[in-house]
Design a protein. Structure first.
Length: 373
């Protein structure tokens, strides 16, 4: 009975200590693990926490876990370290000290902010391009946050040296529902600092400064409609990054124009040869038809292949007229063309005198080659 009372008292002490570590420090704003809308807390002047709604669970796209305006704040790491990173300095936690390296943070100009990210469809108008860049920053830093959380949670799952904490492993939660991580450990601080530094680099590379990013985040968190649009735009960026289209880049060839002209010339030659062979086929079919009808020539001004004339003709004549289009199509395929391409070239030959002259030249050359021994 005494042991049970002792364990319960120890549990209350641990929970009270965890709650104090969570709410006592007024500068820790974002937990290290994946945040929920009710987990993102902002400290007020009186030291009490106030809810700062984020994008993660407010909308249907579960991809952004940071609280707007607080992505560059430490998730339990040294608050001085977080402030140093926000100010443009680099924190060297592994050496156990903070060393500021001179870093020049170039804020994006107003003209740059009005330009959307190239190569992506945007839900925003050109004058709202700053929100498009903000969504790109959210999507780009999401993987960094996941890596940081994985490192911290993996360290939190290790067996604690305290036997009471090991027995009460199920109670390792703070009052806000977040796991009680070892915030003072070197691994925890190193993971957070690495996340802060890399996130700052990504944000600046996308055309925003950390100050601008936090300012836009506070503005977005106050507008539910804008918040949803930003989340959907960030979702588009994450989706585009996850797709692998296996595209082959086009290689610029200095001889591409020459090859295109040669291909065009080759197609015209094939068209001329098919025209010459179809003309020979038409002549032979006409001669066979005249022999079958015992006439020296067909009537002038009458198209025997006219659908309105065909029913009036004899079965032999209709058979010849019906077979000719199929035979002509076989000739076209023989020279590597299709019916649509042949008809387009035939129409161009009727319309374009220069093209018609070139076709006739190739046809005459083909006839000379066929007649030569």
């Amino acid at each position: 009975m005494h042991l049970v009372r002792f364990l319960c008292a120890a549990a209350l002490v641990i929970l009270h200590a965890d709650a104090s570590s969570t709410t006592g420090d007024a500068s820790v704003s974002v937990p290290a693990q994946k945040l929920r809308s009710d987990d993102c807390t902002q400290r007020g002047n009186d030291g009490h926490s106030k809810t700062a709604l984020g994008l993660h669970n407010m909308l249907k796209f579960p991809l952004v876990a940071q609280c707007h305006g607080f992505i560059m704040r430490g998730g339990g790491a040294s608050d001085d370290a977080a402030s140093a990173v926000v100010g443009g300095a680099v924190v060297d936690v592994s050496a156990g000290k903070q060393t500021e390296k001179a870093s020049k943070v170039v804020d994006a100009t107003s003209s740059d902010l009005r330009k959307p990210v190239k190569g992506m469809p945007s839900l925003f108008h050109p004058e709202e391009a700053v929100y498009d860049r903000y969504a790109a920053c959210l999507a780009a830093t999401e993987s960094l946050r996941q890596t940081r959380d994985a490192i911290i949670l993996r360290g939190a799952d290790r067996d604690s040296s305290n036997p009471v904490k090991r027995i009460l492993k199920a109670s390792r939660f703070t009052l806000s529902g977040n796991p009680n991580l070892e915030r003072d450990s070197m691994e925890f601080q190193r993971a957070n600092t690495q996340y802060l530094v890399n996130s700052g680099k990504i944000i600046r590379a996308l055309g925003l400064s950390v100050t601008q990013f936090n300012k836009i985040g506070r503005e977005v968190s106050k507008d539910e409609v804008l918040k949803e649009r930003v989340t959907e735009q960030a979702y588009l960026y994450r989706l585009a990054a996850s797709l692998n289209m296996d595209k082959i880049p086009l290689i610029e060839d200095s001889q591409s124009q020459e090859l295109l002209k040669a291909h065009r010339r080759k197609r015209i030659q094939m068209f001329a040869r098919s025209m010459a062979e179809i003309e020979d086929l038409r002549t032979s079919q006409t001669q066979r038809l005249m022999n079958a009808c015992n006439v020296e020539r067909l009537p002038d001004g009458i198209n025997i292949c006219d659908p309105q004339v065909l029913p009036l003709l004899s079965p032999k004549v209709r058979a010849v007229c019906d077979a000719f289009p199929l035979q002509a199509e076989d000739v076209i395929k023989k020279y590597g063309l299709n019916s649509d391409e042949f008809n387009n070239m035939l129409e161009e030959a009727h319309r374009n005198p220069v093209f018609r002259w070139r076709v006739k030249k190739y046809m005459s050359k083909t006839s000379e080659e066929a007649s030569s021994p």
